[in-house]
Design a protein around this ligand. Structure first.
Ligand code: GLA
Length: 733
């Protein structure tokens, strides 16, 4: 039993293998957060909290003489608003009478086997039937507004999921101005914030800073989770390192605009609230209606950041990603984008495909430009019919030939968008999000379709399901190449325009649910100008996401390093591209490009018809090696051996089998030295007493030696050289 309820003290003990989360409903019904951290079993943690009159902090009416009790100071599970708690809140709303006040009290609860469901939203699931869930029912005693707090407990995985549903049981319409998913109050301690800011072609650049006084906000107003901030943060004790110390993660299962606020309060506590972005948000909740908030995944580790990353990676692989490819090795693909951009025809594609199949690649992905009048960025989005000028005879003969070569066939789509120069826009200009009378802001010459509208989604479902039904397509790359502006829907009245960005996201999820459900054999890969929507919301529908439009192996070291804090390697779309690199102009060896791309789903994205014999032989070897390493890379643990953001000399990382029987060590030298200091790393996750053979160079070492003494690499020279070592257990001593 991972959830226990103690009737007398009205305490809920949520215990996982190594963590505890504790909640108490006090005698007045206030729902206190007592504890989240290392396992304490059923030790009651109320004793730890100390409340005093902190001055100018309101007191509930019935406790007006008891000045040490203020909602401004109490650790809470879900703060309301305008009731004496001045810290950042989860909720801001107006009651039917126009007042802002809301304050929830405990009414009842339910403990269920399995996971809760969030209608319309992606959420962690549990096929094994071991998860338990707690549903706390709260109510505002004055208005009757109801709140359900949902908690999922995944015992072995050491993860707690949370969400909330507000239900309007008041006498009229409630207007939500802010409705966040969860609050986490941490009463004590110094904390650093680790977060993942970035930009297009430079996503998830891990950053660590001491929490300042005031409120620090991470978020997006872009209608997507964005390149600019990933919806994942970690609070770490100042002394916490990869292998030591306490840290706590919070990750949103949501792909739209969001916010995460972390406040250092006047009493030196920390409050974190997170959920849907409240800017340009307003939701009219009629009597009887409910508003469901996106899920948050909380993880805690008392053994450092590596452990926390493994918890998230394993959890996402097992409980977020779905479908046939969830655990299967993904086909090694060749994508034509950086080989041809928009300039291709069937003949050119078949030349590339032929070469790819001879080298051992397993799938050709036909990227942007195959449809409508699409010869550049300005035309065609929305017209999902084949451009026969480029593909004579259509898709059927092309796919037939590619399948005939023994390869799968994949295709690129960007269904959420429309170009003004398209048949779709000419027919349905009102389907785009634009404000009447105002020229819309453009992004990549395209507009965003109003996926909040049922008829738009039905149309897209029809067109895309026809495509997938009429042609034997094995893979879909689902792109989204601009952020949202002009958030105005022609289908909503003026006072409901604040619902647009949320309805849009619910619409995307609805469309993806229908399509992935109808075509379970098809592998979906998410994409948004690379990693602009790299989050658990999308991973629920596509087990992999194109990690970045930056394919430069050296810049990818940092991008993949940052991504590894929260996400599994099996989710990271990564390809070997041309040298000089198209984004940076940097030259790197084919070997180094492959070393980096192999820490992901692995594929190629360059013109294979220009390769010389030596390169072809090298690629054949890489493909054979990847097939051999894939189970270790995809199912094993990822270890960051250096800090890729700060590295100047070399970057090292390791893939390790969960049972410690095998490891793959990768090192890329960033700046070779004339009089070099040795390159030395310590391996992780091996068995101390076992003997390992390094399979590429043939020597043997003990696990203890490799982990405690470490491993010294030979001197490497030239531009960005790299080496990979493969260690396999021989016998236990
Ligand atoms: C985005 C993707 C690229 C490519 C182009 C095509 O930028 O990230 O991989 O598909 O679109 O327009």
């Amino acid at each position: 039993m991972s959830i226990l309820f103690e009737q007398e003290s009205r305490t809920f003990y949520l215990n996982t293998a190594h963590t505890s989360y504790q909640i108490q409903a006090d005698c007045r019904g206030y729902v206190h957060h007592l504890y989240y951290g290392r396992q304490v079993g059923t030790s009651h943690m109320e004793y730890m909290h100390y409340y005093s009159d902190c001055g100018f902090s309101g007191n509930p009416y019935e406790l007006m003489d008891q000045k040490d009790f203020s909602l401004d100071n109490v650790c809470q599970e879900y703060p309301g608003c305008d009731a004496g708690d001045y810290r950042v809140s989860c909720l801001s709303l107006q009651n039917p009478d126009g007042s802002f006040g809301v304050e929830f009290r405990y009414v009842s609860h339910e403990i269920i086997h399995g996971t809760y469901r969030l209608p319309g939203l992606p959420a962690a699931y549990d096929d094994g039937g071991r998860a338990e869930s707690l549903i706390l029912c709260l109510e505002d005693p004055v208005t009757g507004l109801a709140l359900k707090l949902l908690y999922g407990v995944f015992e072995e995985e050491d993860m707690i999921t949370r969400s909330a549903i507000v239900e309007n049981h008041t006498k009229g319409t409630v207007v939500l101005h802010k409705a966040l998913s969860a609050c986490l109050d941490i009463p004590f301690g110094e904390w650093d914030l680790i977060h993942f800011p970035g930009r297009h072609c430079m996503e998830r650049q891990a950053q660590r800073q001491k929490l300042p006084d005031g409120v620090l906000t991470v978020g997006s107003r872009r209608g997507s989770s964005s390149h600019h901030h990933n919806p994942f943060v970690i609070l770490a004790a100042p002394e916490t390192s990869e292998d030591y110390g306490e840290c706590l993660g919070a990750m949103l299962v949501y792909s739209g605009s969001y916010r995460i606020d972390i406040e250092r309060t006047q009493m030196r506590a920390v409050r974190m609230v997170l959920g849907i972005q409240d800017e340009q948000f307003q939701w009219e909740l009629q009597k009887g209606e409910q508003f469901v908030m996106p899920e948050v995944l909380f993880g805690f580790s008392s053994d450092g950041l590596t452990r926390l990353s493994h918890q998230y990676a394993d959890f996402i692989r097992e409980h977020i990603c779905r479908g046939k490819y969830k655990k299967a090795r993904r086909p090694i693909l060749i994508n034509n984008w950086e080989a041809t951009y928009f300039d291709f025809d069937s003949g050119r594609l078949l030349d590339i495909a032929k070469q790819a199949s001879e080298l051992g690649m397993e799938m050709l992905v036909l990227d942007d430009g195959w449809f409508g009048r699409r010869d550049g960025e300005k035309d065609g989005l929305g017209d999902w019919y084949v451009n026969e000028k480029k593909l004579a005879g259509g898709l059927a003969p092309l796919i037939r030939e590619i399948h005939g070569m023994g390869m799968k066939f994949g295709i690129w789509v960007e269904p959420e968008m429309v170009n003004e120069a398209s048949d779709l826009y000419q027919k349905h200009p009102d389907w785009a999000l634009t404000v009447p009378g105002r020229p819309p802001a453009m992004g990549r010459c395209q507009l965003v379709l109003d996926l909040g509208r049922r008829e738009v989604r039905d149309y897209l479902y029809q067109v895309l399901s026809d495509l997938l039904r009429n042609y034997p397509i094995d893979y879909v790359k689902w792109d989204m190449n601009r952020n949202m502006t002009d958030m105005y829907s022609r289908a909503l009245p003026a006072h409901r325009q604040g619902e647009v960005h949320v309805r849009y996201m619910l619409g995307v999820y609805d469309l993806l649910e229908r399509l992935t459900g109808s075509f379970p054999e098809v592998l979906f890969e998410g994409c948004s100008g690379g990693g602009g929507r790299f989050d658990c919301g999308m991973l629920y529908y596509s087990p992999q996401i194109w990690c970045s439009d930056d394919t430069d192996a050296i810049e990818r070291l940092k991008i993949q390093y940052g991504t590894s804090f929260g996400y599994p390697v099996s989710a990271v779309g990564s390809h070997v591209s041309a040298s000089p690199n198209h984004q940076t102009g940097r030259c790197t060896s084919l070997a180094t490009r492959a070393t980096v791309a192999m820490s992901g789903t692995f594929g190629y994205e360059l013109d294979l018809t220009t390769l010389d014999e030596l390169e072809k032989q090298e690629i054949k070897g890489q493909i054979a090696r990847f097939k051999e390493y894939a189970p270790l890379i995809q199912e094993g643990d990822y270890y960051r051996l250096t800090n890729a953001v700060e590295d100047r000399y070399f970057t090292a990382w390791q893939h390790g089998a969960k049972d410690g029987t095998e490891a793959l060590l990768n090192v890329v030298v960033l700046a070779p030295q004339a009089n070099p200091t040795p390159i030395h790393v310590r391996l992780k996750g091996l068995r101390e007493d076992a003997c390992y053979q390094e399979l590429i160079f043939g020597k043997t070492y003990s696990g203890a030696a490799l982990m405690h003494g470490g491993f010294t690499l030979p001197i490497m020279s030239g531009d960005y050289p790299s080496l990979t070592y493969h260690f396999k257990i021989m016998q236990e001593r």
